[in-house]
Design a binder for this molecule. Sequence first.
Ligand code: HEM
Length: 380
Amino acid sequence: MVFLPLQVLVQSAVIAVALFSHFAVAFPQHASLAGLSERDFHFAMTKLKAVVPASPPGPLRFDGSKLVFDKKHPWEAPRRGDLRGACPGLNTLASHGYLPRNGVATPSQIITAVQEAFNMENKLARFTTYFAMILDGNLVTDLISIGGKTPLTGVDPPLPAIVGGMTNHGTFEGDASVTRADSFFGDNHSFNQTLFDQFKDFSEEYGNGFYNMTVAGELRFHRIQQSIAQNPQFNLAGLRHLTAYAEVTFPANFFVDGRKQGSEIGQLDMKTAESFFKDMRFPKGFHRAAKPFEVDGIDVVFSAHPVLPGKNNGEEVDTFTVDESLGSLLDRCKLYTEYVNTTVRSLYPNPTGVLRRNLELNLQFLFDALSDFECTQVFL
Ligand code: HEM
C-alpha cells in the first residue's frame, strides 16, 4: 500500500507549513503525528498534552435492546467547527452526545458509545477502533477525530483546513463506500445523494424496498465494479478488503430497531436509512439491537460475489490486479501482521519516548481484541 504514507505525509506537510510559518497556530490535539519529520514532531510535542491511554472498556453488563434516543441524548445539529466524517454510525453518536459533539474522542469513548447506543459486540468495537486510532489518531494525546475538516484558527493569512482523522484517505477510510464517493473524485466523507439513490434502487430491486444482506452482497459488488471502471487509483487491498465487506453488513445489523421481531430483523427501511446516513440522527424512539452484533452476515455478502483484494494501477481504470500481499478478509492474520510490519512501521519508522510507549500500548490493545483470530503477536 505504497500510497498510504504519502497521504499522511501530505497531511503532515500541511501541518508543518502551518507550524513553522505561523507560530500562532495551535497543533490540533487530535491530529495524527504520522509521517512528521523529527523537527516537526518535536515542535508538535511542545503543543500536546501527553497522556497514558486507558485500557479499553469491557462488554456491556445488560446487552439487550433498550431505548437509546432518550432524553439524555437529544439530537443537535453539528455546530461550526464540529467534525463529522464518513462513518454514519459515529456521526450519529456525536450528534446525540454519545460521543463528544465536536467529533473528537478517545478510543475508550468510542468503544463505550458504539456498545451503549448500537450494541456493537465488544471485540469488534475494540479492534475497529484501534485499527483506526493507530492510523489516524494522535497517539500522544489519545484523541482521534471522526473525520471532516479541521480549521486552523488564528492564522493570518488563513490556511486551508486540514482534512484528517478518520477522513484521511488510504488509512482506514477507503474506496467503494456505498454512500460516500472515492477520494479520487474529491470529497470522500460527505453524504452523496447520487450514491444514496443507488442504495435505495438496489434495496428496491433486491430487497423489496428494504436493505438486507442480499442487497448488501449486490451493492458491495456493484460499487467495486464502479470504482474499478471509474477510479484509476481504486484500492481494495489489505485492511480495506476487510472493512469494505464489513461495513455493508452494519446498516442491516445496527440501524434496524431492536424491537423488530421475526422476519423484520435485519430489514432496514429507507426512511430509517436516510435518517442515519444523511441526517446523522436516530429515528424517533430508536431502540438499539437486541443482542451484540459482530459482522454477522459478512459471509453471505462476500460469497454473493467474491472479489479478492487488489487495485487498479494508479494511472488507468479497468486495470484491477489481485494483490494479496497485505492480507485480506480471507487471511486476517496476514492482514494484522502486515498492518503492523508494513503500514504502521512506514507511518512511524522510528518512534521514541511517549509516542513509542503509547504506540506499543495501542498495538497491544489491538492484538488483544483480535484474540479470536489466533495470530502471532508482532512487536515493534
Ligand atoms: C467502532 C468504531 C468505528 C469506527 C472506528 C468506524 C470508522 C469508520 C470509517 C473510517 C468509515 C469510512 C470507511 C469508508 O471509506 O467507507 C466507516 C464507514 C461506515 N461505518 Fe463506521 N466506524 C465504527 C463504528 C460503526 C458503527 C457502530 C456503525 C453502525 C452503527 C458504523 C457504520 C458504518 C457504515 C454503514 C459505514 C459505510 C458508509 C458507506 O459505505 O457509505 N460504523 N466507519
